[in-house]
Design a binder for this molecule. Structure first.
Ligand SMILES: Cc1cc2nc3c(=O)[nH]c(=O)nc-3n(C[C@H](O)[C@H](O)[C@H](O)COP(=O)(O)OP(=O)(O)OC[C@H]3O[C@@H](n4cnc5c(N)ncnc54)[C@H](O)[C@@H]3O)c2cc1C
Length: 361
């Protein structure tokens, strides 16, 4: 008899998914839809606000594959028709979704979207346990997952634990291209205000600003810079935003005031190679996490979860290898695009933030 508390079941699951973000929910959903009954372990769902709300139109075909595209019709999300950016010059230029063949991007309420995807995965048959994974070991061909109060076993793992990649980072080398970090806060405007539903991006000497109007008229304001640069620890996001040009004008035109604490979150470009190993596959940010300027993190999470789940379901090693090759190729394409886009900004060549990015351009 196993003396460990809570280890009543001798059951070894065929497959377990770790992590409750978009990659984890998508893998759990895809596996469950195929009848694979995945064990899905994730922390208690978050409440409040989760940054990363800009969903590229490229995600729509992936959501259709999952039968999840209707989730975007919820009132808590909005179409993002207009994005303005001051990047490479002080001139504000508009990118209007009318000229985009694939249709408009969406500004998501991330927490609601992740909850809806989770509900769909559970309804399809995923067995969800809301716990932290405290430790992971492999004995022979069986994974032992130590949770806070129990131990679960599985033969195959999907690591969808975000940048931490709690399993995959033990078995594959991690690479990192920068130390980008984000400070963010929520602002609200008076009832009588009618803000234009826009997204704004503004480059400045120490990094860049992002503002997006949410479906409920609040805005999220993000400032991106490198974690080791002077001034990063300064939590005065509101005061600094008021010294910007475009973001500041938008906030004062509509009477926005900060209404949340300022939080910080890592958004460095980091990836594992390879993204697969014996008995495991890394998906979403656990396999490759991108600079939010790309607006492709969510789409990549959806893509990677579907590709890896389909390879697992087919029990096809070549398909799994093709997935890992696809991740590696995607990282290269991303790094090239990142250099090109940062290289468009030439105004602050002596600023460490821009000089570092010019060095890789
Ligand atoms: C500031 C910021 C802005 C962004 N903006 C955009 C954007 O506009 N558009 C876009 O497409 N992408 C954006 N991204 C990227 C996007 O958010 C990520 O690519 C996406 O969240 C990846 O999803 P994921 O499921 O792989 O990881 P995550 O969302 O990080 O989910 C990981 C999950 O694993 C769980 N977990 C971790 N450790 C454990 C453990 N030990 N036990 C149990 N559970 C665990 C976590 O609780 C979490 O639920 C942004 C990212 C940041 C940081």
């Amino acid at each position: 008899m196993d003396p460990r508390p809570g280890n009543a079941a001798e059951l070894t699951h065929d497959v377990a998914v770790l992590g409750g973000g978009i990659a984890g929910a998508t893998a759990a959903l895809r596996l469950a839809q195929a009848g694979a009954s995945p064990l899905w372990i994730s922390r208690n769902p978050r409440t409040g606000f989760k940054p990363g709300e800009h969903l590229s139109a490229a995600a729509l075909p992936l959501l259709k594959v999952l039968g999840s595209d209707a989730l975007l019709r919820a009132e808590v999300h909005r179409h993002a028709h207009s994005t303005y950016s001051a990047w490479g010059s002080a001139l504000l230029t508009e990118r209007n979704a009318i000229v985009q063949l694939e249709g408009p991007p969406t500004v998501l309420d991330r927490i609601s979207f992740e909850k809806a995807l989770s509900t769909q995965a559970i309804a399809a048959g995923a067995e969800r346990i809301e716990r932290d994974v405290v430790d992971v070991r492999i004995t022979g061909q069986t994974w032992e997952l130590k949770l806070e109060d129990t131990i679960q076993k599985a033969r195959f793992l999907f690591d969808a634990t975000g940048r931490k990649a709690i399993v995959a980072s033990k078995f594959a080398p991690r690479f990192q291209a920068d130390r980008l970090t984000c400070q963010f806060a929520i602002f609200k405007c008076p009832e009588k205000s009618t803000p234009r539903p826009v997204t704004l991006i503004e480059a400045e000497e120490r990094g860049w600003w992002y503002l997006s109007v949410l479906a409920d008229r609040r805005v999220v304001v993000n400032f991106y810079t490198d974690a080791d640069l002077h001034g990063f620890a300064n939590p005065k996001l509101d005061r600094n935003a008021r010294q910007s040009k475009t973001i500041s004008a938008f906030l004062s035109d509509y009477g926005y005031e900060i209404c949340s604490e300022v939080k910080r979150i890592a958004c460095n470009s980091t990836w594992l190679a390879p993204a697969i190993g014996p008995g495991w596959v890394a998906i979403g940010d656990a396999s490759a996490a991108f600079d939010p300027l790309s607006s492709h993190g969510i789409t990549t999470a959806l893509w990677s979860a579907i590709q890896a789940a389909d390879a697992f379901l087919a029990q096809d090693r070549q398909k799994m290898q093709a997935y890992a090759d696809g991740v590696a190729q995607g990282v290269q394409t991303y790094l090239d695009a990142r250099s090109r886009i940062y290289g468009q900004e030439q105004r602050w060549k002596n600023s460490p933030f821009w000089a570092r990015r010019a060095a890789v351009a």
